[in-house]
Every structure is written in structure tokens, then in C-alpha cells.
Design a protein around this ligand. Structure first.
Ligand SMILES: Cc1ncc(COP(=O)(O)O)c(C=O)c1O
Length: 352
């Protein structure tokens, strides 16, 4: 039976056939990297076979690429699934997890599913309030989640402020730095969290192939974790993840050819990000600076209305009621459609 749902069509009952611009999930707008797709297609011929349950080749390739011991590399079902697994494996003596709010909507779920107690710490503007987060750490704290760049605000934390923060965190508390959008960062002051991991015993780095590499469907994430964290995660280990196509695709992403393809797309996206932000600002909308593949429009009470205008124009964006709207940078065509809506409504939405 075939699906009756056409997910990429405007679903408002009209006869329009324009494809929906899907700008709500922070996915890359580009198709899979050609070199990766080729290997995935080949891999699909072997769907009847079990993959390597240790993801040995992928772990070894990641370790070599990142310059870390293979024992410190964990791969898992997306960085979200992997982070839940790590947070769970650190319990149960210290029940609390400190994390920023507003941030990745997965964090409250991850904390709850890991059987931990949430300690959300409000942002300072668009950015983590690192002082308040350090103040929130107590003897009850299991770990702290840092999102750099932050989803949904796109803001980044610089090297010095993160190091100052880490200096205040007791060594027994693990700090997980989620770098899901790292590939889109151009600000040289943003540290590579692997350097922080190398300098300390309590920093864990989380990354994903879902975003810049465009493997969201396959959901493969990885962590580089200090020995005790990696060992704990393995002890309660998720077995047999990721599946074979995920391993094949992620491995292919580490090849030189894929690196060249990725760099070109990343550059294109960064240019599109600037162009989209400039256009939105020119239309009179507030837009935070962004180092990720999305933009944050702090529209406050007008958020839902703007998202609805977009929806009626066949553009899916992510509203945060009373706070703002997150728009993923899309294709040139999709971005132009966003700007058309923005120009039509900007004056009204900004209250001029
Ligand atoms: C900050 C952040 N971390 C992790 C994820 C999840 O990534 P994955 O697909 O690897 O689970 C997302 C996805 O939106 C995200 O925004």
C-alpha cells in the first residue's frame, strides 16, 4: 500500500502544488552528499545482512580523524539518543541535570527519559547564562548540558568564557558539550570542544551526522567521552546501534571526497544564512546573529502569528509561543519565499 500523505506538498486543502518549504527541523536543504549516497545505494543491496555490531570501522575512522583513542569514541542512535544514554549511565546517585533554557527541545525529554531531574537555567538574552549555570551546580548535579551553537537562538559561547565556566565545575560533574551545528560555525573564537575534552577529565563532546552531513534519516551521532564516562556508557550499553546503512553512510562522510563536498555546501549555506538574515532585518523583523544553519526571530507575542503566515504561504517554520520563531536556512528558492512573507508582514509584526 502506498502512503496517501504527500509530506512535501501544501496541506491546506487548496489546489496549490507548490512544494512545502520545510524549514522547521534544522535539516540541510541539500540532497545527500553524492559520494555518501553512492555507498549507501551499494549498501542497500545488503539489507538482509547484519552489520558489525561494534561499528568497528566507524569508531576507528572517527578516532583517527579526531586524534583520540578509539575507546573514548561512542556511536549511537543520533546524538540525542546517545546523550540520553550517557546521562542515564551517569546516574543514579546524583539526580540532577543542569541545562540551558531556551535550548534544544530534546533536553527535557532526554533528562526525563534518563530518569534524572531537570534543572533548566534561563538564557541571558540569546546566550547561555554560564554564571547562573555554574551556580546551579550542587552535590546533586550529575551533569551539565551545553549547546554550542545554541538551538534555537544560534548564539555561540567563546573559548575564554567556557574555560572560566569549566574551572568552576567540580571534576566529578560531567559537562556534555553538544556541537550538533559545529560545522556551520565561522567565528574563530568558538572553541573546538575536543580541545576542552583533551584539557579536562570531565568534558564529553557530542556530535552528529544528521545536520551538516545530511544524514537525518539515518540518525547517527557520536560522542568523545572521558574514560570513566565512556566505560559507564558501555556498561549499560545500547547494543547493536547504529544499523548498517548508518555505519556505511557515516564512514563515507569521513572520506576526503565527502569532506570537499561538505565544505562547498557549508560555504554556500553560510552565504545563504547571511543573505536571509540581512533580508529579514531589512524587512523590519528582529533576527539574532547566528552561527548555525537556522535563524532566531525573537518575535515574542507575534511568534505564532508569523509562523501561521508562513504556513499559509507553504513554509514550515518552528514557532516558540510568546518567544520567537526559528527558521532553518533553506534553498535559495525557499529563503526567497520566506523573505516575501517577511516583507509583506514585517512592518505589522514589528509593531511599527
Ligand atoms: C542541539 C541539538 N542536539 C542534538 C540534536 C539531535 O541530533 P541527532 O539527529 O543526532 O539525534 C539536535 C536536533 O535538532 C539538536 O538541535
Amino acid at each position: 500500500m502506498t502512503s496517501t500523505v504527500e509530506p512535501n506538498r501544501v496541506a491546506d486543502g487548496s489546489t496549490r502544488t507548490a512544494p512545502v518549504a520545510e524549514l522547521a527541523m534544522n535539516e540541510t536543504p541539500y540532497p545527500p552528499l553524492p559520494s555518501v549516497l553512492r555507498l549507501v545505494r551499494e549498501g542497500a543491496e545488503r539489507l538482509n545482512r547484519y552489520p558489525d555490531h561494534n561499528s568497528g570501522a566507524l569508531v576507528a575512522a572517527l578516532a583517527a580523524r579526531l586524534g583520540v583513542p578509539a575507546a573514548q569514541v561512542l556511536v549511537g542512535p543520533g546524538s540525542a539518543g546517545l546523550s540520553q544514554h550517557i546521562v542515564a549511565s551517569l546516574g543514579p546517585d546524583r539526580p540532577e541535570v543542569v541545562y540551558p533554557a531556551l535550548s534544544f527541545e530534546g533536553y527535557p525529554l532526554i533528562v526525563a527519559n534518563a530518569g534524572a531531574r531537570p534543572v533548566p537555567v534561563p538564557l541571558d538574552g540569546y546566550r547561555h547564562d554560564l554564571r547562573a549555570m555554574a551556580d546551579a551546580v550542587t552535590e546533586q548535579t550529575r551533569c551539565v548540558l551545553i549547546c554550542n551553537p545554541n538551538n534555537p537562538t544560534g548564539a555561540v559561547l567563546g573559548r575564554a568564557e567556557i574555560e572560566e565556566f569549566l574551572d568552576r565545575i567540580p571534576p566529578e560533574v560531567v559537562v556534555i558539550v553538544d556541537e550538533a551545528y559545529r560545522e556551520f560555525v565561522t567565528d574563530p573564537d568558538v572553541p573546538d570542544a575536543l580541545d576542552l575534552y583533551r584539557d579536562r577529565d570531565n568534558v564529553c563532546v557530542l556530535r552528529t551526522f544528521s545536520k551538516a552531513y545530511g544524514l537525518a534519516t539515518l540518525r547517527v551521532g557520536y560522542a568523545v567521552a572521558p574514560p570513566r564516562v565512556a566505560a559507564a556508557a558501555r556498561m549499560v550499553g545500547l547494543v547493536f546501534y547504529p544499523g548498517g546503512l548508518g555505519q556505511t553512510a557515516a564512514l563515507a562522510c569521513l572520506d576526503e571526497e565527502a569532506g570537499v563536498e561538505l565544505a562547498a555546501r557549508r560555504d554556500e549555506l553560510v552565504v545563504a544564512r547571511t543573505r536571509l538574515r540581512d533580508g529579514l532585518l531589512a524587512a523590519g523583523l528582529p533576527v539574532a546573529p547566528s552561527e548555525a544553519n537556522f535563524l532566531w526571530l525573537p518575535l515574542g507575542p507575534a511568534a505564532l502569528e508569523f509562523a501561521d503566515r508562513c504556513r499559509r504561504a507553504g513554509i514550515l517554520v518552528r514557532p516558540y509561543p510568546e518567544q520567537g520563531v526559528r527558521i532553518t536556512v533553506g534553498t535559495a528558492e525557499a529563503n526567497e519565499r520566506v523573505l516575501t512573507v517577511a516583507r509583506d508582514t514585517g512592518r505589522q509584526v514589528s509593531g511599527e
